[in-house]
Design a protein around this ligand. Structure first.
Ligand code: ADP
Length: 485
């Protein structure tokens, strides 16, 4: 399908030359394509500039009595001139390199040495018009983007590569309760400390953890990072969406489900106790069939209690008002403790477990109990799913900006198609059927790790084993320090 060509107005070119012959030659070269106006010296054209709209191109002779070509360029490019953007084509004397350098540094856009071929003058003038129009379009597009952003319903902060705010829209001014101009130039790290780390990491093109909610005055906002391709001085735009009402509704719903879960757990725990009592034959001897049935009954109740506990854990993690109780800690200590706690299960499973303790401290900002839960889930799974005789290796390593902990096993591995859903709710892989589980453990792992600003993943091969990993930001490596200079 052909598109109709957009009709551009016919260009206007002003030719400034003290030689009537040369001016006439330029006019002849250009007039078929544009409307040409001739000026015999620099002061005449400057005077004309003050009272008329600028031309599309100014063709300027270098050598003129009175105000010279270079002086005209210098004036046009000065701060005072409203004509600073007019494209200038300088006509220099043949081969005068000095003139060319001086002219271009003063702000001329192109040059042509006299004598020239008429087609060349015309081609150069046309090229200048084309690039000026492109620039005008880009400037108009940027202006339109800024206008659009200015009136967007979300609060928007554009930040540059150093983390300074380069643009704030009206809504941002309202949310942060300060004029937009005051917001511009501030460091995002100072304004919203909780998102600075994630935002800057995103700018560096590394892992992109979802940003946690932020409370600004009495409202809750969900920040998200958008590309800032249309704004030349910005690397990213952070949008703050007001989610106060939505979070309150979520919370009410979670509270409701949590109450039901709690209410279910109490009678189930009672049933477990009673079954245990029956199995321990305190109520009298049981036939082997009855023992068998009771054992199955008990396993089912245990699995239901596990499910409810997992749900309650997730509900707590998803509660927007719950915060990670983060302190400076040595992750290696947390791993060592969890490994110690789980040793009896390793032995019961006839497995070996190697903990490659790092030689240096592994400092992270984290919640000890929650990170212990992450490790217990990952190492617990490795123990649960690896057949006797297998080997589990736990390792924690310092990477450039991250701490990476891996739990590898020689278990059954996981089919490729199951991997994408693994960290989602209720995923259980058919190949591991037969082992009790809830399908909530890895989801809890992901929620906790992401709440710490980290990421999770797995590399696995069927029949060979799996390596689950999680990363956390290193606290001894801060994002680039933001300065106002
Ligand atoms: P659960 O273990 O309670 O079922 P998880 O969310 O911890 O729930 O794990 C989800 C599923 O991922 C498991 O059911 C199992 O199929 C698979 N899985 C997890 N860890 C491993 C592992 N180390 N080796 C093989 N399969 C695993």
């Amino acid at each position: 399908m052909s598109h109709p060509t957009r009709l551009e107005p016919s260009p206007t070119v002003w030719v400034v030359d003290d030689s009537p012959l040369d001016a006439r030659q330029a006019e002849l070269a250009l007039r078929d394509w544009c409307s040409v106006q001739i000026f015999s010296d620099g002061s005449a054209v400057l005077e004309h500039f003050s009272a008329h709209p600028a031309p599309d191109v100014l063709v300027l002779d270098w050598v003129m009595p009175g105000v010279t070509g270079i002086e005209v360029v210098q004036f046009l490019r000065s701060d005072k001139s409203p004509m600073a953007d007019v494209p200038v084509l300088l006509l220099t004397a043949r081969g005068e390199a000095q003139q060319i350098v001086e002219g271009l540094s003063a702000g001329a856009n192109d040059y042509l040495a006299k004598p020239y071929a008429p087609e060349e003058l015309r081609a150069r003038a046309q090229a200048l018009v084309r690039s000026a129009r492109l620039t005008q379009r880009a400037v108009a597009a940027e202006r339109a983007t800024r206008e659009l952003l200015a009136s967007a319903p979300d609060a928007l902060l554009a930040i540059d590569a150093t983390g300074l705010i380069s643009f704030a829209n009206e809504e941002a001014g309202r949310v942060f309760r300060m004029p937009c101009e005051t917001l511009s130039g501030q460091s995002i790290e100072r304004l919203v400390p909780s998102i600075a780390l994630g935002a800057l990491r995103r700018l560096e093109g590394q892992s992109r953890p979802p940003l946690p909610d932020v409370t600004i005055y009495d409202r809750i906002y969900a920040p998200s990072i958008r590309s800032a391709a249309a704004l030349p001085d910005s690397n990213a735009i952070i949008a703050f969406r007001d989610v106060t009402d939505r979070r309150q509704q979520d919370r009410r719903r979670l509270d409701f489900y949590s109450i039901i879960a709690h209410d279910l757990r109490s009678p189930l725990t009672g049933m477990l106790l009673r079954t245990d009592r029956l199995l321990s034959v305190k109520r009298g001897p049981l036939s082997s069939d009855a023992t068998n049935d009771l054992q199955k009954f008990m396993a089912n109740i245990q699995s239901m209690v596990g499910l409810i506990n997992g749900f309650l854990d997730l509900a707590r993690l998803e509660d927007p008002s719950s915060t990670v109780d983060a302190i400076d800690l040595d992750l290696a200590d947390v791993v060592a403790n969890t490994v110690d706690d789980l040793r009896p299960l390793v032995e019961a499973g006839k497995l070996s477990l190697e903990w490659c303790a790092p030689e240096t401290d592994i400092k992270v900002l984290g919640d000890k109990v929650r990170l212990g839960q992450v490790l217990a889930n990952l190492i617990g799974n490795a123990i649960k799913y690896t057949p006797p005789g297998g080997k589990i290796v736990v390792e924690t390593k310092l990477l450039e900006n991250l701490v990476r902990t891996t739990v590898s096993d020689t278990g059954p591995g996981i089919p490729r198609e199951a991997v994408p859903g693994l960290f989602l709710r209720f995923t259980r892989v058919p190949a591991t059927a037969g082992k009790t589980g809830t399908g909530l453990g890895l989801m809890i792992v992901r929620e906790i790790v992401e709440a710490h600003g980290g990421g999770v993943g797995v590399e696995t091969e069927l029949g060979k084993g799996s390596t689950f990993w999680f990363t956390l930001p290193r606290i001894d490596v801060r994002p680039p320090k933001v300065s106002n200079g």
